[in-house]
Design a protein around this ligand. Structure first.
Ligand code: C2E
Ligand code: CA
Ligand code: CA
Ligand code: CA
Length: 278
């Protein structure tokens, strides 16, 4: 019996086991959060780099519990992807986003597009298009107000299937953006075949624009995007200098703390009203 106790002690100190326990805790927290409706959506403005006007926004999920406060997407999204809970979270995000945007449109405050992130699992759902149709219908939001952001990893899992799904979404008037471009592995041969509207340059590249090499890299990405007739969004723009450089490189849209962080629906409504007065 003495030995057994020692074994158990070793067992519980195993770092992999600690990780599994932590994962289980997050999984339980997410299940509880879904039941209690603790998932909400924040919105980060996307601005036209030339006019400085709002053209759209990105919907970003926020998990806020009364006990633990804000839980970062970095802490729960990877777990939710593994457990499949991301499917339910994704549905909640899409539903809430469409309701919020419909309200702003009806108030005459907005007429652009909202971009929603889709995880790989969500994108692979055989009934994804039907699910989106249902949500759009229920919220009475016309499909041309919606854009979906997907990553290279998502589409490269099965490029042929991905192209098929992308075409179906495009046929509905939904726009598609390649998110975090340059951080995953995608081939230019495929990029050409994907029916995309937008290419989003990852923040890591924007961060590197303080070096000549970094600026060259962004220049190259913008050139590729424009050759494919894609609109370029730079994410994570924090400084006026980055904005100036991106303008010179003919990047069209910027998103980042330079203009605004992600705002709650209430704050974003106020942001829209201020924009309108300008
Ligand atoms: P992402 O799609 O690349 O989203 C951009 C992230 O960069 C957001 O972090 C945003 O708040 C942050 N960001 C934007 N501008 C700046 C800036 O100027 N400086 C800095 N330091 N950060 C900036 P967030 O909201 O924490 O989201 C992290 C990631 O979680 C997202 O990266 C996305 O991959 C994922 N995510 C967020 N919401 C959803 C969702 O509803 N569904 C899915 N599947 N994934 C989501
Ligand atoms: Ca995104
Ligand atoms: Ca991104
Ligand atoms: Ca990113």
């Amino acid at each position: 019996a003495k030995n057994e106790g020692a074994n158990r002690y070793l067992f519980f100190n195993d770092s992999m086991n600690k990780l599994a326990v932590k994962r289980l805790q997050v999984e339980n927290l997410i299940r509880h959060g879904l039941k209690e409706d603790y998932f909400t959506v924040y919105y980060q403005p996307k601005m036209d780099i030339v006019t400085g006007q709002l053209v759209g926004m990105e919907a970003l999920v926020r998990f806020i519990t009364p006990k633990k406060g804000l839980i970062s997407p970095a802490a729960f999204i990877p777990v939710a992807e593994e457990t499949g809970q991301i499917l339910e979270i994704g549905e909640v995000v899409l539903q809430k986003t469409c309701e919020d945007v419909k309200r702003w449109i009806d108030m005459g405050l907005f007429h652009g597009r909202v971009a929603v992130n889709l995880s790989a699992k969500q994108f692979m759902l055989p009934f994804l298009c039907e699910q989106i149709d249902d949500i759009l219908r229920r919220s009475e939001l016309p499909s041309y107000h919606l854009e979906l952001e997907i990553t290279e990893g998502t589409v490269m899992q099965s490029p042929t299937l991905a192209i098929d799904t992308m075409k179906k979404l495009r046929a509905r008037g939904i726009h598609l953006a390649m998110d975090d471009f340059g951080t995953g592995y995608s081939s230019l041969a495929y990029l050409k075949q994907f029916p995309l509207n937008t290419l989003k340059i990852d923040k890591a590249f924007i961060d590197d624009m303080n070096t000549a090499r970094g600026r060259n890299m962004v220049d190259t990405i913008v050139t590729i995007a424009h050759n494919l007739n894609l609109t370029v969004v730079a994410e994570g723009v924090e400084h006026a200098e980055q904005l100036q450089q991106l303008k010179q490189l003919r990047c069209e849209i910027i998103q980042g703390y330079f203009y605004s962080k992600a705002l709650s629906a209430q704050e974003f409504g106020l942001f829209l009203k201020q924009q309108k007065q300008q």
